[in-house]
Design a protein around this ligand. Structure first.
Ligand SMILES: C[S@@+](CC[C@H](N)C(=O)[O-])C[C@H]1O[C@@H](n2cnc3c(N)ncnc32)[C@H](O)[C@@H]1O
Length: 423
């Protein structure tokens, strides 16, 4: 039997918790026991004192180390291999993986001791010397450690064999992988005009499985884009464009900027790294387009190819076109769909989407995407007017954000397509 010992000033809360529902069944079936240790039994005086004011001043009271230590030692005497868990908002946020780790510890026949402070928490020296795990149940504050301890105990118990009727149901649940679970429906089929999705009534299990997988994917990206380990897979092709005309200069006048070979090389390598399918260089002057193509050829054949084949691979995604409309036509011809123009700027005006929103939206876009970057002082108003989505500017922790276009493109690709966990 797995022993949960809870050190608390409010043992009644735990009694109520373990005498209802599946927790009661787990206790009755001798799978687990929930015992309480009253902190007052280890008070420092006859008045039952267990806390004191904080050193350094400030409001509230702090659990003194002597009663906390004595209570932990009493619990350890009952179960020497038990792990000590302190519930604290300063702890590591609780995740399903932590519950699995703790349930494994319990399956090895070792229990858990929960220290549940109230008020301002416990003297830090206890956390340093006697505690194995500091757990937070989330970024908010409740009044004491009892509810957090109940959450941890219940989360562990449902992973123990024999507590839930159908252990298969666990493996598909939210947080068992890095996806949320699919939405669930039950009777009636028609609830106030809102119908159950037809596929669920079809009896076609392969189709139902596929629908559920798809919904889980969609809902995860919509609701919790921070969860997936892998980068978002755009539903449609994503290209990038480096525009030399029409762009503006310092004064806001429309100009044509010159092609810079370092931009071509750097942006095509970044684009290739992040899975951008084509990089369009938009320049109206034929002589400059021809020159750029010549430079490309140097890397595509002969000495350049021999010297640095990696660069050749990146430059293969480059297309040099006279106008934005030529680019749009090329994408439409290749994909059969009109692309959406996603414009970028260093300025914060007329933003229609944050970078995070766009990242979460990528798995659901219905048309090919083009990330449009401007040279000079940025894209001219006539390009921005054609934009389907205008992204917020890139910023670091300062208010300065005058990036070179090649740096901006690389950072934007990374914010949009890098794995969530920074891999
Ligand atoms: C009012 S809280 C103390 C908050 C503390 N002064 C702070 O700002 O971090 C009292 C106790 O409730 C428990 N508690 C409150 N919020 C919690 C959370 N999110 N996770 C785990 N325990 C929490 C802890 O045991 C904590 O010591």
């Amino acid at each position: 039997m797995i022993r949960f010992q809870v050190i608390t000033l409010f043992p009644e809360l735990l009694r109520e918790f373990s005498s209802n529902g599946l927790m009661r069944r787990a206790v009755q079936d001798s799978i687990a026991s929930v015992e309480t240790i009253h902190l007052r039994d280890f008070a420092i005086n006859n008045q039952g004192q267990v806390d004191d004011s904080p050193y350094g001043g400030g409001s509230g009271m702090v659990l003194r180390p002597e009663p906390a230590k004595k209570a932990i030692c009493a619990a350890k005497a009952n179960d020497p291999d038990a792990r000590v868990v302190l519930l604290t908002p300063r702890g590591k946020p609780l995740k399903q993986s932590k519950l699995h780790e703790l349930s494994q510890h319990c399956r090895d026949g070792k229990g858990l001791i929960f220290l549940c402070p109230r008020y301002e928490g416990v003297d830090e020296r206890i956390a340093h010397s006697l505690v194995d795990d500091e757990i937070s149940i989330g970024d908010y504050i409740v009044m004491g450690g009892e509810l957090p301890a109940m959450i941890v105990i219940e989360g562990i118990c449902r992973l123990l064999p024999g507590v839930l009727g159908n252990s298969e149901s666990i493996s598909e649940e939210s947080f068992e992988s890095d996806r949320l679970e699919y939405p669930q429906y039950t009777k009636p089929q028609d609830f106030e005009g809102s119908l159950v999705p037809e596929v669920l009534l079809s009896g076609n299990h392969a189709a139902i499985d596929q629908w559920r997988k798809q919904q889980a994917e969609l809902d995860t990206w919509r609701r919790r884009p921070d969860l997936p380990e892998d980068p978002p897979k755009p539903a449609e092709e994503v290209s990038a464009a480096l525009v030399h005309f029409p762009v503006v200069d310092k004064r806001g006048d429309t100009i044509t900027s010159s092609i810079t070979t370092i931009d071509l090389h750097d942006i095509s390598r970044s684009a290739k790294t992040y899975g951008i399918s084509r990089l369009y260089i938009v320049h109206p002057v034929r002589a400059l387009r021809t020159l750029s193509e010549k430079i490309n050829q140097h890397w595509a054949e002969g000495f350049g190819l021999e010297y640095n084949p990696n660069r050749t691979e990146a430059l293969e995604i480059l297309s040099i076109v006279p106008t934005l409309d030529d680019m749009i036509l090329d994408i439409e011809t290749r994909t059969g769909k009109l692309p959406e123009l996603v414009t970028t700027s260093a300025k914060s005006s007329d933003v229609s989407s944050s970078i995070a929103e766009y990242r979460a939206a990528l798995p659901f876009v219905e048309r090919p995407q083009v990330l449009v970057f401007g040279t000079g002082w940025g894209l001219a108003p006539e390009v921005l007017e054609r934009s389907d989505r205008h992204l917020e500017p890139l910023f670091g922790p300062t208010s300065y954000n005058h990036l070179s276009v090649r740096s901006a493109a690389a950072i934007m690709f990374d914010r949009l397509f890098a794995a969530s966990k920074g891999g």
